[in-house]
Write a protein that binds this ligand. Structure first.
Ligand code: ATP
Ligand code: MG
Length: 258
């Protein structure tokens, strides 16, 4: 198995591409005293503009915690973390909400759709938060839902949709406001092979357009080929960054290994 050190990206170098996400020595604990869980134990990671970086590693290694810190959903305890040069901890609560709302799209592992709203209303939320008027926001949300194959379901509430359909709603909501950074937690876990590929093509298109970046947490070995680089986490640290899944898992990788 050939790997490269975590801070020596194989496909890009910091000199030829601007940094979208910069983390150094990031730590995060849950709880206190004897029950403390050291979820992040000194994360060093850069994600470059124009890049789709996948984050893999065993259950409980800290993937969701890391992307939540990157997206400003959770506060880190120690270390440096910035997104397009801005450090959430240096922003006021209002500035933080605004920067996050404009700059970041987040697909949660559990989708986090609002059950009382239609799916078009769910997808329109980031636009409303960014000051778009309701009619235009709903129109744009419906267009986005058509792109992911849900154009005929826009007036349904989430509970009338399958898990895979709800996942596509969550992805639409993350993309609808054209954020510069999209962070996805297992975006294809509920999707069949063909739909998963279409979603990844959509996400990849986002990463390739302009100065954007994508971080995708996944166990799904069917989508590894969409990655520019793959960062492997173990026990709260990024221990390897490679250019392809074969470098991590060998030529006969399986979903279990991922
Ligand atoms: N709210 C919380 N309170 C206490 N401990 C937590 C909390 N959230 C996560 N943890 C713990 O932090 C560690 C990292 O969890 P995290 O959810 O980041 O892992 P993960 O890599 O995303 O796992 P999975 O692949 O199962 O989604 C785990 O030991 C988990 O039990
Ligand atoms: Mg997780």
């Amino acid at each position: 198995m050939s790997t490269v050190p975590a801070q020596s990206p194989r496909t890009h170098s910091s000199s030829d591409r601007a940094t979208a996400v910069h983390c150094r020595g990031v730590t995060k604990n849950y709880g206190t005293g004897n029950s403390t869980v050291r979820a992040l134990r000194g994360i060093d990671l850069d994600v470059y503009e124009g890049e789709l970086l996948m984050l893999v590693g065993p259950s409980g290694c800290g993937k969701t915690t890391l992307i939540s810190v990157i997206a400003g959903v959770l506060d880190r305890d120690e270390g440096e973390c910035s997104v397009f040069g801005k450090d959430f901890s240096a922003l006021s609560s209002w500035e933080r909400t605004r920067f996050r709302g404009e700059t970041i799209g987040f697909v949660f592992q559990s989708f986090n759709l609002i059950p009382t709203l239609t799916i078009a209303e769910n997808v329109s939320v980031p636009l409303l938060l960014n000051g778009v008027d309701r009619k235009a926001a709903l129109q744009r949300a419906k267009e986005m839902l058509s792109v992911v194959g849900l154009g005929d379901r826009v007036n349904d509430t989430p509970n009338r949709l399958s898990g895979g359909q709800q996942q596509r709603v969550a992805i639409s909501r993350a993309l609808v406001h054209n954020p510069r950074l999209v962070v996805c937690d297992e975006p294809t876990s509920a999707l069949d092979h063909e739909t998963g590929h279409k979603v990844m093509e959509l996400l990849r298109g986002v990463a390739m357009s302009g100065n954007r970046a994508l971080v995708v947490v996944t166990h799904d070995n069917r989508i590894f080929d969409f990655a520019d680089r793959i960062a492997h986490m173990d026990d709260g640290q990024v221990d390897k960054i490679v250019g392809s899944a074969k470098e991590l898992y060998g030529p006969n990788m399986s979903a279990q290994q991922a």
